[in-house]
Design a protein. Sequence first.
Length: 360
Amino acid sequence: MSADNRKTSKIIIIVISVFAVIAVGILGFTAYRKFFDSAYQKMDDGFRVKMLVVGDSIGYGAGASDTDHYWSNLVSYYVQDHYGSPVTMVNVSLGGNTSYAGYVRTLTPDEDRVYDLVFICFGANDRLEDLGLHYETVIRAIKSMYPRASIVPVLQSCLYKEPEKIAVIKELAEYYGLPLVDTVTPCEAEYEKYTEDGTHPNDAGYQVFFEEIMKVIEPRVEERYGLDPEVPKPLYEECSVFDTFNYIPASEFKREGNTFSIELSIDAKVMGIDYDIYDGTNYSKIYIDGEGYIVLDRTNSSGIVQRHIFIVNNWKAGENVTIEKELAIVFPDTEAGTAQADTFRGITFSGVELTGRGDD
């Protein structure tokens, strides 16, 4: 090979190497952005966006004529079509539940997935005196599980007659620096037009949800808005109780008939239960160390089976839960009781000092 040919070959190799380095750098930078960019920046770039909805029946889309009219799906379709961003949409909303269920659902995900954008849609079922605290626990649980996720609270249109609840949610959104989707204002003047049952939006109502959500998202995409502000200290002092959390699934209990029991030593401020509520009246009883602790009496008038997650003790009145040896949950020895027992999922504890479980 001549000297000129060798020189040419070296130049070609150098050029190829330079382009290879540049290509690797571009790929690496793209991968970096896909991981570290905010949800809004990912939409602007056409990257995949993973979205989560935590809410009640309105969060789920009850009242729509079909799944295509669920507000979460309308958002998903639009983001994919308008921005070219593939969307993974996961909805863990539970009809008939309060914000406490959102706290539990956020901390007990069904799949190991990281989300970019999380919608919170609660309020209709919450008692005013509990709403602020429990709604804040949802915000903080999301930030604990998904620190880089952007949070978008959705103000439900059915709250138009409950200004106190609206004020609570607005205060939390402002305190955490979160954009608030307001579906109340565009619906309240002709509210009956947007609902069939007085609570759940119909297709026209969910179209308003979609439009108001996009009014929040689109400007943020256009300006390539970054991550949410740093998480401040809790607005509600009692929120710190929920910083510790334990979920004991039914699989760790011993079942005999419709009775579930577990050897346990624990001191907790808050105890909750997770199981399905059937149409009509649902009974169950909790025993602590062999003594009857509380009878749970839940009525479901929705006509459908609903999964409910709720607090069982009056912890705000100082009623702590202290278990030295055993916890038992007993469902009635009836067909309905067996159906409930079959759907018992677990027990939750917050504000916990766990000292022993089973053979530990």
